[in-house]
Write a protein that binds this ligand. Structure first.
Ligand SMILES: [Zn+2]
Length: 190
């Protein structure tokens, strides 16, 4: 699975032979995955068909996850991000669901997964921040592990914007890429 920031850039890179597999082999187009509908926060739903690709060296196939979505989630990354921010600020899942117009069970499920993953996410953010030359000491300690993770991910996303000049890109798309699309994934064995 490969998470992309920008659909057009992704397509150009793919067709230009510039995307590579974990084995360093070149990735080539390999049809499309199933069409999925991604629910947006303040806009109409968007449907998209993720690209499938195959490695020309090890022959493994991958799905290119569209930048606005998380794997196997119905909602846009911005909706998940807004909920995580509010949770980091101390709100409960019912209040957040009400504010965002989402089912409480959906928000509760996101928060549960993100809380289980918080330490791991913070680690990914710290590594990204360090690799980008950011100051790890800028990460302020927060009240909960989830708030710590959100704080670190935000700083890492800012470092990406500063380094690559991606000022128009939604920070949560950058965060999805930093966490390799695994913002809400179960931990191995959990
Ligand atoms: Zn490969």
């Amino acid at each position: 699975m490969i998470v992309a920031l920008d659909e057009e850039r992704l397509e150009n890179d793919l067709l230009g032979g510039q995307l590579s597999c974990a084995c360093a082999g070149r990735l080539a187009p390999w049809g499309h995955g199933r069409t999925r509908v991604v629910r947006q926060l303040d806009r109409p739903d968007v449907s998209s068909r993720p690209r499938r690709v195959i490695c020309t060296s090890c022959r493994r196939t991958h799905v290119l996850v569209p930048p606005a979505a998380l794997p196997r989630r119905r909602d846009a990354i911005e909706a998940v991000g807004a909920a995580l921010l509010k949770a980091a600020g101390g709100h409960g899942h019912r209040v957040i669901a009400d504010q965002l117009g989402l089912p409480p069970s959906t928000v509760r499920n996101w928060l549960r997964r993100a809380r289980r993953r918080a330490e791991h996410l913070r680690g990914q953010a710290v590594r990204a921040l360090f690799a980008l030359g950011g100051e790890v000491s800028d990460i302020e300690p927060r009240a909960t592990p989830l708030a710590d993770a959100v704080e670190a991910l935000g700083l890492a996303a800012s470092a990406v914007v500063r380094r690559f000049g991606w000022t128009g890109t939604s920070p949560w798309r950058i965060i999805a890429a930093i966490s390799r699309g695994l913002l809400l994934a179960p931990l191995p064995g959990g």
